[in-house]
Ligand binder design. Structure first.
Ligand code: AMP
Ligand code: GLY
Length: 441
């Protein structure tokens, strides 16, 4: 089966790695990165030009297109491909609004009784009303740009001055069109977790629950990022919580989307806040796999992954190709460039990836994100940094404490100037482990 994978981040490298291990798959990728190209042939196309993607698919007999990034989904590429009879794992533009418009997602959740924070939406011509509403709202308060803002459109404000500043900045164009409308939300207490549901528009399969680490600094401090590390399975998602998430969140969402005429085919990512076991709430939905959660979630998945996504894309979800959704445990630590999530320098040489993987002896995989090959003057090539998040060092073994230790030992082998990472990925789970162990003693 010929598959075209679109995207160029750590998530797509993890997808490529898993697809390549599936039965009878020939993989193409674009724009890709050097890690993805270890498993795939480069498709020489501009992925933002829908017609170019269609032409490539027809010429290369592509049986399935898998779309990684949200921007491509929001652009309606899925719709164009489907109009040409090409199978796509990824939602239509209408279904992707569950991520691309926070106001849409909140209104949808209200219509379908899906638990989430109380909110109000304002557009930029309601600036004054929005300021009045925010000024009298209980603290903390959350201000969100409506549209896609690469994870940077959300401010959790502890005082009214910061909240008003965030509101003014959004309406003054800080996020461009994405901030023309905003959502003002009550603050939810609890611990966050991410659950991915693979859906054919009707049926679904939830993969192992993961936890991301969105802040740049240890102890969840500092600026929000795309994600600095993840582990899986996340013990906060007990079987009771998972049952509630499926019944109260995933099922009504998929049912509601189908009933409203835009069934969700792809990976529905539920970002959750867990306070009490029987009342999980939605922080956000994404219309795609998470990054870096995917690197950990796919490590523990034992399945013919290509077959699973193909069956979803063709409307016949086949869970018989999954042996285990959570075999062992995995931890992914992101190595970022200095300055991330702000401006970063690129072009620094990266060494030691093979050493890290060799050290792991089969348990460690280093996923590329912001990397590029550089042609040296002597005719050789070297790997250079080419973005904020550079690599995801992922360890997969029997238990989470072991996976965390292995990932941290492995990343010591990798070097580039300004290498930055959190030293506490998985710390909440480790606290839970030690709690459970002391309870058992
Ligand atoms: P989002 O892009 O909506 O996922 O928001 C980014 C981050 O902001 C989330 O991962 C949470 O840590 C935080 N956040 C967003 N909304 C809320 C909320 N209503 N209550 C508490 N924290 C929130
Ligand atoms: N890890 C957060 C995201 O993918 O949106």
């Amino acid at each position: 089966m010929n598959i075209l994978l679109l995207g160029s981040g750590g998530r797509e490298h993890a997808l490529a790695h898993k697809l390549a291990a599936s039965h009878n798959v020939h993989l193409f990728a674009a724009p890709a990165n050097p890690g993805i190209l270890r498993h795939a042939m480069l498709a020489n196309i501009n992925v933002t030009q829908h017609e170019e993607v269609v032409k490539f698919c027809i010429a290369s007999d592509i049986a399935l297109v898998i779309i990684g990034p949200e921007a491509l989904l929001a652009s309606g590429l899925t719709d164009t491909l489907r109009e040409h009879g090409i199978n796509v794992f990824g939602p239509s533009r209408a279904a992707a609004r569950i991520e691309s418009s926070k106001a849409f997602a909140k209104d949808f959740m209200m219509r379908h009784g899906i638990p989430t924070a109380q909110y109000r939406t304002f557009s930029d011509h309601e600036h004054k009303q929005a300021r009045e509403y925010v000024a009298q709202h209980a603290l903390p308060i959350v201000i969100k740009a409506d549209g896609l803002a690469a994870g940077k459109g959300v401010t959790v404000a502890k005082n009214h001055a910061d909240a008003l500043e965030a509101l003014d900045a959004a309406f003054d164009g800080k996020f461009g069109k994405a901030g023309k409308s905003i959502v003002v939300e009550e603050f939810m207490y609890g611990e966050e977790a991410s659950i991915f549901a693979i859906s054919d528009g009707e049926r679904f399969l939830t993969l192992a629950p993961a936890q991301d680490h969105k802040r740049i600094g240890d102890g969840d401090t500092g600026a929000n990022t795309g994600g600095m590390g993840a582990y899986c399975p996340a013990p906060i998602i007990t079987p009771t919580v998972l049952h509630c998430v499926e019944k109260q969140i995933i099922e009504p969402t998929l049912r509601g989307m189908k009933a409203e005429g835009y069934p969700f085919i792809g990976c529905l990512y539920a970002g959750l806040m867990i306070d009490t076991e029987d009342n999980p709430k939605v922080v956000e939905f994404n219309a795609r796999f998470g990054d870096p959660e995917t690197q950990a979630v796919l490590a523990v998945l034992e399945a013919d992954f290509a077959q699973l996504l193909y069956s979803a894309a063709t409307g016949k979800l086949d869970t018989s190709c999954v042996t285990f959704t959570a075999r062992g445990a995995a931890c992914c630590v992101v190595l970022a460039a200095s300055g991330y999530p702000g401006e970063v320098r690129t072009g620094d040489e990266i060494t030691g990836i093979e050493d890290a993987e060799r050290f792991g002896n089969g348990t460690v995989t280093v996923f590329h994100a912001g990397t590029a090959l550089h042609n040296n003057l002597d005719g050789t090539q070297s790997l250079r940094t080419n973005g904020g998040r550079v690599l995801g060092v992922t360890a997969h073994t029997h238990t989470l404490p072991e996976a965390i230790t292995l990932a941290y030992q492995a990343l010591k082998h990798i070097h580039f100037r300004g290498k930055t990472y959190r030293t506490d990925i998985g710390y909440k789970a480790l606290q839970r482990y030690s709690l459970n162990t002391s309870k058992a003693l």
